[in-house]
Ligand binder design. Structure first.
Ligand code: PMP
Length: 306
């Protein structure tokens, strides 16, 4: 499916979709040091479009650049406004927003200290990432044969393009083997995250998720789900989880901006719970959709109306 929009924000100005090109010597294209975000804008029940947790995404973009030692030459407020303007000029009601900060051309050595930091913001309509059926009935996942990087190898708190090679290999392997998603273990063999999502497990009425201080991206949806679950009286346990804990769990679901809240009905050919989305998953999925696109009150100030 080709992506299409009218205008793309590039280094401070809007250019036509067809003209948003870079030079082949763009440093990030060669070595994979670029930071990006994935953000969703939804049309809510009141008919107005709102971007979900925009400021937190822009803060994480800034943090990624900081970890990657290429500070963003734009303030957070400027990036926020540019994201909103990109949605507006393209007249989108529901869309995905992709800011991408990258090192431009110039030096070709690895350090490339003098190369300009560039920023692109692209928006396009994007439906359910793991499929409408997946959201409703759950997906089949496989424990990947690829490990997540060691915490001192990849900087998992940064959302860097190069780190996604690991995710792509895992995702392609899972799909080639007939699964929809890959769940990844860390270098110690504990569950880290999906190829593009954080993982939650329901076991005997408690909700478990991998500790923030492991090799995982600090997901904004993860944080949202923790908040929504606590408000509904659930106990959240952040800890290391073993692979076989997943097999015996009652429910599993993965969360992310693209994947939203997607139930996992099977892991490595083992049925999870009843094999259908369980009550906790269903309740939290509904709570999530009520906030992002329903009519739930925005009591955490998570929404920025376009
Ligand atoms: N982990 C990985 C590896 C991801 O790519 C994503 C998607 N950005 C997530 C977790 C979930 O993050 P978020 O909820 O902020 O989209």
């Amino acid at each position: 499916m080709g992506i299409k929009s009218d205008k793309i924000w590039l280094d401070g100005e809007f250019v036509d979709f067809a003209d948003a090109n870079v030079h082949i010597l763009t440093h990030s294209l060669h070595y994979g040091l670029a930071a990006f975000e994935g953000i969703r804008c939804y049309k809510r029940d009141d008919g107005r479009s709102a971007v979900f947790r925009l400021r937190e995404h822009v803060e994480r973009l800034r943090d990624s650049c900081h970890i990657g030692t290429f500070p963003l030459p734009w303030t957070e407020d400027e990036v926020i406004e540019a994201c909103l303007e990109t949605v507006r000029v393209n007249k989108f009601e529901d869309c995905y927003i992709r800011p991408l900060a990258f090192l431009g051309d110039g030096e070709m050595g690895l350090s490339a200290m003098s190369n300009k930091v560039r920023l692109a913001i692209i928006a396009w309509p994007w439906g359910t990432y793991l499929g409408d059926d997946g959201i409703k009935n759950g997906i089949r996942a496989k424990i990947s044969s690829f490990s997540r990087h060691h915490v001192n190898s990849a900087m998992a708190k940064g959302k860097f393009t190069g780190q996604y090679i690991n995710s792509i290999l895992a995702k392609r392997e899972a799909m080639a083997d007939g699964y929809q998603e890959a769940l990844m273990l860390d270098t110690n063999g504990f569950v880290s995250e999906g190829s593009g999502e954080n993982v939650f497990v329901v076991y005997k009425d408690k909700i478990y998720t991998t500790t923030y201080h492991e090799a995982i991206l600090g997901g904004i949806t993860r944080d949202t789900i923790i908040t929504l679950a606590k408000e509904r009286g659930y106990e959240i346990v952040e800890r290391r989880m073993t692979r076989d804990f997943l097999y015996v769990s009652d429910e599993i679901f993965v969360v992310g901006t693209a994947a939203e809240v997607t139930p996992i009905r099977e892991v490595d050919r083992r049925q999870i719970g009843t094999g259908k989305p369980g009550p906790v998953t269903t309740e939290l999925q509904k709570a999530y959709f009520d906030v992002v696109k329903g009519s739930a009150e925005d009591k955490h100030e998570w929404l920025t109306y376009v």
